[in-house]
Write a protein that binds this ligand. Structure first.
Ligand SMILES: [Zn+2]
Length: 295
């Protein structure tokens, strides 16, 4: 198979976080699972019918994040895998979904030698201790710890995974390929899984943020100027309101409405006193709009 006939992607199979079933793998188990899952075939929706829609794991390793803790206060660790599947017409939709981050949930099937209580360490295979998983004892969530994996049967894309963080890790390719700043921003808006950026992408994002900050600064200055002018005119047009109330009203308005309000105040103010405007007045609109702002 040529490299360009193969579609590769990375995914998180499982981690050391407590899952929805109040179970978790201990970190040693993750290491052993890395060996057991290498070479294993993945299914989609646990279905064997679509035999051509399978992917194979060619590499798996445990990644430990020393700066990120799981809910137990331990360093977060996950089993990250790289998988491939043939690029075929039948797989086209699936590959597009993986690329778009849609087919992102993964569940794993494996056998473990040890199931023990997180509170007292009692062997769950031999019967229950006094602790119930899902309940909290002395501020600690009781769960079942899975250790000593014996075999890994399968991994599968499913709609709702038991392991919260498991999923296809969105792959951001190098600059030479498709991912632009726009793609990254779109992903930040819609993606739920973790995002890893390379150096170029980080730089592009940082530059964009700086650019937006500069624009925001200009916008704020313009808004302050506009507010001050609207309050000044408002005090002439409607002296009974008072500057604090006027400022409060102005601060709540979107920019477009603030401009309209200032214009309305200007027209009303001109009726009471002929104004020599500090700012060149905008073209006058029909005075009918004034009634909108009468309080
Ligand atoms: Zn117990």
């Amino acid at each position: 198979m040529n490299p360009d006939e193969v579609f590769t992607f990375s995914l998180v199979l499982c981690d050391n976080e407590v899952d929805r079933d109040f179970e978790r793998f201990d970190t040693a188990a993750l290491q052993e699972l890395a060996c057991l899952f290498t070479g294993k075939t993945g299914l989609f929706n646990h279905s064997m019918d679509a035999k051509d829609q399978t992917a194979r794991i060619y590499k798996a390793r445990v990644i430990t994040y020393s700066e990120r803790l799981n809910s137990l206060g331990e360093a977060y660790a996950c089993l990250s895998a790289a998988a491939y599947m043939p690029k075929t017409a039948k797989n086209a939709d699936l590959m597009a979904e993986i690329d778009a981050g849609i087919k992102k949930e993964v569940s794993v099937g494996c056998a473990v030698g040890r199931l023990y209580c997180s509170v007292c360490g009692a062997d769950r295979k031999k019967g229950n201790c006094s602790h119930t998983k899902g309940k909290t004892y002395d501020g600690k969530l009781c769960h079942t710890v899975l250790g000593e994996p014996l075999d890994a049967y399968e991994w599968s894309f499913v709609a709702v995974p038991a392991q919260r963080a498991a999923g296809v890790v969105k792959k951001f390719k190098n600059k030479k390929e498709d991912y632009t700043l726009e793609d990254i921003l779109k992903f930040l808006e819609t993606g739920e899984e973790e995002l890893t950026l390379n150096r170029d992408e980080k730089q592009a994002l940082t530059e964009k943020i700086k650019e937006l900050e500069a624009l925001a600064g200009e916008g704020r200055a313009y808004r302050e100027e506009l507010t001050a002018e609207a309050v000044r005119l408002g005090l002439i047009a409607m002296p009974q309101i008072g500057s604090d109330s006027l400022s409060a009203i102005c601060s709540r308005l979107p920019l477009g409405e603030l401009k309209e309000l200032k214009q309305a105040f200007y027209q009303n103010a001109q009726k009471s006193v002929p104004l020599k405007p500090q700012l060149k007045p905008e073209p006058q609109k029909e005075p009918a709009a004034n009634t909108d702002y009468q309080i």
